[in-house]
Write a protein that binds this ligand. Sequence first.
Ligand SMILES: *Cc1c(COP(=O)(O)O)cnc(C)c1O
Length: 364
Amino acid sequence: MPRPILATVHTAALAHNLARARAAAPDARIWAVVKANAYGHGIERVFDPLRSADGFALLDFAEAQRLRALDWRGPILLLEGCFEARDLELCSRLGLWHTIHCNEQIDMLAAHKTQLPHRVFLKMNSGMNRLGFTPERYRAAWTRLNALPQVDEISLMTHFSDADGPKGIAAALKAFDAVTHDLPGERTLSNSAASLRHGSVLAGRSDWIRPGILVYGSAPDFPEHSAVHWDLQPTMTLSSRIIGLQELKAGDTVGYGSSFTADGPMRIGIVACGYGDGYPRHCSTGTPMLVGGVRTRMVGRVSMDMLTVDLTPVPTAGIGTEVTLWGKASSGALMPIDEVAQAGGTVGYELMCAVAQRVPFQVE
Ligand SMILES: *Cc1c(COP(=O)(O)O)cnc(C)c1O
């Protein structure tokens, strides 16, 4: 028998969450963001349930090629644009729309020989200070692009730094509006957090939204709101089984570094899942998980291939009992990925993306 760890991708949940994105911005078209191999789910596994999206956004040329290989003929947007001049050949060949965030990308485009002019998305740095032209430099970039025969349509884009938190999007939106109000072209502003939290302010201002994490059933603003609050369903379950049992007495310790000490008799289960599977090592005693659909907690440290779980709330558990690290148990009980991520000091995004190569996947 193979080692019992398994990742399951839930296609109905992907379709449900995509519908939630549509409901959040009913007048906008949707880029389903599938970067990082569809947030660790696998582009080929999510493609079918997400094919009613209006386009796919990503940043890796190899991933764009995989989408075209799936016979996706619709729009594909490269969120970071081109990294070197020859990338433009691929844009021409695969019909990719690309972001322009710096003058060097405009230089490359100006030198590019193409039959068909490119659709580009000019990115404004509205406060994130990662990619994009500052509001002061944005119009000059637009004017340069607009004069190039290599350019077809210019769309306007920004990415909010604080759509998920108390600072909000007001200042960024004001900066964007001040510079772009009289420019033609489609707009794309919102990630998941902006779509869910600021939908009413953004209504009618965004021709395209760019939801990623919400499509994968994790709340962009956890713990303020949960996935259940936003009516999102988990799209990935990481499950395993109990492969060993130990009976502890008071004073016994568990795992490397003896970080957990039993304060009385208790039974623990040894689970076939460790950081070698992508489970976060920063999780330790107290991290929630389900055993046989019943919520309990990790004890001790995560090791490469195993972790250990308190069986006190599940006295019937034994070798072979199902363990749900995150996602949905076969009983239907949920273990939100966001809660596990929080226990490890990170976010659901990172956990999904980190599932290791050795973990087999199934699609359900
Ligand atoms: C990743 C990304 C998104 C999606 O963000 P979520 O928080 O996952 O919704 C949207 N826009 C850009 C530019 C991105 O890089």
